[in-house]
Each structure stands twice: as structure tokens, then as C-alpha cells.
Design a protein around this ligand. Sequence first.
Ligand code: COA
Length: 504
Amino acid sequence: MESVYNRIRDQRLHDRIVSAEEAASWIHDGMTLGLSGFTRAGDVKAVPFALAKRAEHEPLKVNVYTGASLGSDVDKLFAEKNMLNKRLPFQADATMRKGINAGDFHFVDQHLSHTSEWIRSNVLEPIDYAILEAVAITEDGMIIPTTSIGNSMVFSQHAKNIIVEINTAQTELLEGIHDLYEPEKQGERSPIPLTKPDDRIGLPGMKVDVDKIKGIVFTNQLDSPSTIVEPDDETVIMAQHLISFLREEIKAGRLTDKLAPLQSGIGSVANAVFHGLLDSEFTDLEVYSEVLQDAVFDLLDADKVRFASCCSITLSSSKMDKVFSNFEKYRDKLMLRPQEISNHPELIRRMGIISINTALELDIYGNVNSTHVMGTKMMNGIGGSGDFARNARLGIFVTKSIAKNGNISSIVPFVSHVDHNEHDVDVIVTEQGYADLRGLAPRERVEKIIQNCVHPMYREQLSAYYEEAKKRGGQTPHILEKALSWHINFEKNGTMLQRVEQPV
Ligand code: COA
């Protein structure tokens, strides 16, 4: 049997093994926790549950900072038990979403590369406990993360105390694929010395002051699988449009068939688009992204992708089995980094990333809403889409042109919330086609978007809005009293269609 000491190789820490209940007993009402975990990967799986048990009998509310969404239903649990004062910077859980929109607790929706700067400069409440999943602790007290890094590096450096959860279900082969680098204080910082996705610039783990490690808990549970929907007819067509656009870029001499390092956001559409690259002629591809979903491993298997850098590996159940039972095959083609580095504007701009993210809705001038349903209700959060879109070589947004059986047009006169403004959006792709907005003035953009991307059900209605708006003039013509009329119509009548027509 594997000895626990293979996983805690620093002898100074051998007497710090505790139960999850004991570790949870150190946490008090009002404290701030920094939890490892990013899009359901590498989250802690024991102490949060012991804490939630305590919350059944005593008042216990905490601030929870993470990398992004947590797996193992921790976000759901904390929202259900009403254990949160504040949560940041991203989530993707239906129960938590409900709690946020009911105003049960505060949610700070933040660019994922920014949280670490706020922690480092004490803008946020100081972290009482960092609770971090690890695959091992080395002889010299270095904590080796598991399937994500997220914000664990900055938590480990700046928290007052650390609890480590060593997860024996995570393969020890993960050791060696992490690259932990923390930038210096702002104002005293040198350039981050990373120029290619496979550069190694830091250490294989988090070097911490071992006196801060208050307890070590053992777990043995795999990450929660992702719930990716397989590509459908429309997402396959969207992938083809995107590939057509990339071919035009090659023809114009702006790209080669190696493209440029690719980023793809979370979600089914973005995954399907990556899937579309499998049947393309592009080769020797590199990925510099936050999350690696199933499709990237298919591309690695097909030798389409040469190297993939990320801050989390989030896979479906069947893919998880295949990848982790055969991890030796992937180890030298992968690198995990803190989200501050995977999403760093300096690096995204330097490497000229091609960034592909999903919009909830966008408007006729190219402003994108990624987060707020009907302008008010939080969906998930901006995630890394802003980090990438603003700084990428190509900021591409994909969305199906309609939602909810055609009662919603994803392209509206005016977005009901802005996450990415018209200056950050280069290309829009729907199943109808793509619109390359680069170099176009607002009035040119409208024509392209309506012609190439809007669903035929809404084309005429959108053109009519624009024609009326044009009569009022302006650099960016609008009819202010009608700009949100499509959303109002949906809230009142359940459809954005002006005439009541049969939905598709
Ligand atoms: N108005 C209201 N609802 C809409 C909508 C719109 N304009 N467009 C889509 N939706 C609904 C869909 O109907 C679907 O609802 P359902 O869950 O009830 O079926 C839901 O939104 C999700 O849409 P889907 O088409 O399944 O897309 P997705 O799974 O790819 O997720 C986002 C899309 C935008 C929610 C998701 O990509 C996201 O959270 N993005 C922001 C964060 C981000 O970009 N991160 C990238 C770096 S990690």
C-alpha cells in the first residue's frame, strides 16, 4: 500500500495530518478563505464539506475566493447552506446563480487575471486560510498542485494559514507539469520572461513557509467531470465558418497553417469549435488557454496540437478515464500555470493569441454581453474572456444566432449589459456565418453583422431598427427609447419577435 509519507516528503510535516473536521474547526464566522479549484478541477473535497456540516448548527458565513467555479458541488452546497458573505471571481453553478440573483450574498465578477493583484496589494480582505488540493508536498516543503492551479499560488503566498488536502486519487504523474511563477509587486516588476507556450519560467510547485501549513488532510476522490454537450449540427457549422475565416487569414498572409497559440473559453460551443479543427488542414498547433476541455486532448491524440498550456484540465467522465490512465503520453505536451499567467495581458499580446469565447448576446455594433441574462441576472461571470479578448491578436466571439427556440435573438439592437465593448471584438461567428469587424466603422459593422450573422427570423426586424436609427444620425445611430425594446418585449410577451410568429 502507498505510504502517506510518499505524498508528504517533508519530514517536518509528518505530524500535521488531521481530519477534515479538525481542520474545519479552525475556521470561524466572518473569515476569508482562498480555495484551490478552477472550472471543477483541482478543488478541495473534504474541508468544505466538514465546514458545511458545522454551518447546520452554528452561524457560519465566510468570504470565498477561488480560481473559478468549484467542482464536487461545493458552490452548490455553500449557496444552499447560506454560508457566504462574498464570493469571487467566477462560478457556474445553478444554485449559486440563484443565490446571487436573489441577493443572498455578494458576488464579485472579475477578470480572472486580476484577482491576484488585488490580493497582493491588500485591496481584498486578507485570507485567513488557503485550502489547497495537492498531489504531494516535496522534501523541501513545496506544495504540488493537482489538475488546476487557478489562484492557489497567490493564496499560498499571502494567506495567514494553509490547509493542504492531499488527494491520492490524483495521479502522481501530475508532478512536473506545473510551472509556478509569481510576478513581483507592481511598480517593481520585470517583464514576465515567457515568449512561447512551452517556456518554463518558474518552479514545479508552490514554495511556502512550512510554518503556515497548519494541517494536512487526506482525500481520495476524482474531480467532478465536466458536463460538455457534444457538438450539434449548428456548432459544427459554426466551427466551419471559423475555419473559413482562418483560411482567409492565411491567404492574406497574416497567419500560417500553424495559426497562432489558441485560447478557447468554457462551454459547449467553444469546445465544438475546437473539435472542428480536427478535420482541418491546420497542424503543429499550440494552445495557450485557461481550461483544456475534451477537444484539446482529441487534438493532441490526432497530433494536431503540439503543446498546450493552461491553468486547469476539465474533462468529461469518459475522457478523464482515458487521459489520466494514460497520462505519461501527455506529460511532455502540457503545462499548467497560475491563472494570472495563463491569462496575462502582457503574454497574450506578446504571443498574439487567437482567442475564441462565447457571447450570450451581442449588438449590431459588436458590443458583447457574456454574463447577464436580460441585463440583470448573472449567468456565470466574465471569466477570462475579457483578459483574452482585449489583448488577443484576434478576439473572436461565437454564439448561436437564436436561443430559447427562437424567442430570443442573440443579436439585438443594444446589448442589455456590456462585458466586451465594440473596441475589443474583432470577429463574430454564428451558425449563419462570420463577420470580420476589424477596420470597420460602426455603420459598416451593422451591415456585416445583419447580413452574415443574424438569424433570418430577425434580419428584417433588425434592419428596420437600424434604418430608423440612421435617420436620427450619429456615429453610432440608435433610437434610445427602443434600444432595449426587444428585451422588454421578451419579458412581457416571451419573445423578441415583434409580430407573433411561430417559433422555429
Ligand atoms: N439570452 C438569454 N439566454 C441565452 C441567450 C440570450 N441571448 N443565449 C443563450 N442563452 C441561454 C441558452 O438558452 C442556455 O440556456 P439553458 O442552460 O437553459 O439551456 C444558456 O444560455 C447557455 O447557452 P449555451 O448555448 O448552452 O452556451 P454555453 O454552454 O457555451 O455557455 C456562456 C455560454 C456565455 C454562458 C458561457 O460561455 C459563459 O459563461 N461565458 C462567459 C465566461 C467566459 O467566456 N469564459 C471564457 C474563458 S473561461
